[in-house]
Write a protein that binds this ligand. Structure first.
Ligand code: NDP
Length: 334
């Protein structure tokens, strides 16, 4: 068994030294358990938070502990009557090649319905995050303008496409011309803007002639600062992620909070943070709607698949810098 553990807690951007690759014996399934061979590992921004020991909505990974993560796995031995060898399941077995499970929380996947990797992205936690944040907080109306950054990624790509399905205008923000072309031409957003362009703020204002009604917050940083002056009265801001800040050390600086709160008051803004699992009871609705959109071509997705568990640390560090193009997944075994 190969596993990637947390060797030390990063300061700022993680480095390869924060991870350790270890080899050990194959785990054995006890009575009631299954033995899983991991096929695919999902890499997600939240894992940066688990590397810190600051208080958060979920406990940190311990030093020496296996890095946490969602996986698609094959049951290779079963001592649990609910699963048979050969079953493909969605699990949360972390950064390792084999794992045991009691069966709790495993979901059987049907490879004839959609590629099994979709369960980690468009039909999985990130897709559901987009759906839940828009449905419950963003609530776009036809003709309104929805802005989302990291628009070629796992969450953002679904946000813009659902906004379009709801009849809204979708403005995507992404890093670089290639990602922008994909967001516009393949995903069907109305406009895509490169946040690294020198005149980004001016381009964003031009792309939103009627202001912004929903800002689906994925990144924070300079993108959020460009968005804020363009918000309309009664705009809704689902605060989903702040990836531009995940590697930041707390810094001294100008206090922008009073200006922000003034805007919240004067424009009657709704700013609402959420963690997707809060809306877990809506997952069945999401799965049936999103599967139908996938089948009729209204929902498209792109995956960025990296080969080999040993390459997971580097790929994860790249994710925090925008080096992935689409939902980032590691192929752990064939
Ligand atoms: P992505 O697949 O979108 O990958 C991350 C992307 O973030 C990068 O590709 C990059 O895209 C962008 N990015 C990174 N650094 C910056 C920066 N400094 N400024 C602007 N953009 C940056 O990841 P996900 O779709 O999985 O996650 C998107 C967001 O959603 C994250 O903030 C994540 O934490 C959050 N999230 C929240 C959940 C919740 O329950 N609240 C659940 C799941 C995700 P580009 O090159 O285009 O800039």
């Amino acid at each position: 068994n190969v596993r990637v553990t947390l060797a030390s807690r990063p300061r700022g951007l993680p480095s390869p030294e924060n991870f350790r690759t270890e080899r050990g014996p194959l785990p054995t399934a006890a009575e009631g358990e299954v033995l899983l061979q991991v096929l695919y590992l999902s890499l997600d921004p939240y894992m940066r938070g688990r590397m810190d020991d600051a208080k958060s909505y979920a406990p940190p990974v311990a030093i020496g502990g296996v890095m946490e993560g969602g996986t698609v796995a094959r049951v290779i031995r079963s001592r649990n009557s609910n699963f048979a060898p050969g079953d493909i399941v969605l699990s949360h077995s972390g950064w390792q090649t084999y794992a045991t499970s009691s069966g709790d929380g495993l979901r059987r996947l049907d490879a004839t319905q959609a590629p099994v990797t979709a369960a980690l992205g468009v039909l999985g936690m990130p897709g559901f995050t987009a759906y839940a944040g828009l449905r419950n907080i963003g609530r776009p109306k036809p003709g309104e303008t929805v802005v989302v950054a990291a628009a070629s990624g796992a969450v953002g790509s679904v946000v813009g496409q659902i906004a379009k399905i709801e009849g809204a205008r979708a403005v995507g923000i992404a890093g670089g011309p290639e990602k922008c072309a994909f967001v516009r031409d393949e995903l069907g957003f109305d406009v895509a803007i490169d946040h690294r362009a020198k005149d980004f703020n001016a381009q964003l204002a031009l792309a939103c002639p009627d202001g912004i009604d929903v800002y689906f917050e994925n990144v924070g940083g300079p993108v959020a600062e460009a968005v804020f002056p363009l918000l309309n009265d009664f705009a809704r801001i689902p605060v989903c992620g702040l990836i531009a800040h995940y590697n930041n050390e707390p810094a001294e600086g100008v206090d922008r909070l009073p200006g922000f709160m003034r805007a919240v008051l004067r424009k009657s803004l709704t700013v609402r943070g959420f963690i997707q699992r809060e809306f877990a009871d809506q997952r069945p609705d999401f799965l049936s709607e999103a599967s139908a959109w996938l089948a009729d071509g209204r929902l498209k997705f792109r995956e960025d698949i990296v080969d080999g568990l040993e390459n997971a640390p580097e790929a994860f560090i790249g994710l925090l810098q925008g080096k992935n193009f689409g939902k980032l997944i590691v192929r752990v075994s064939e």
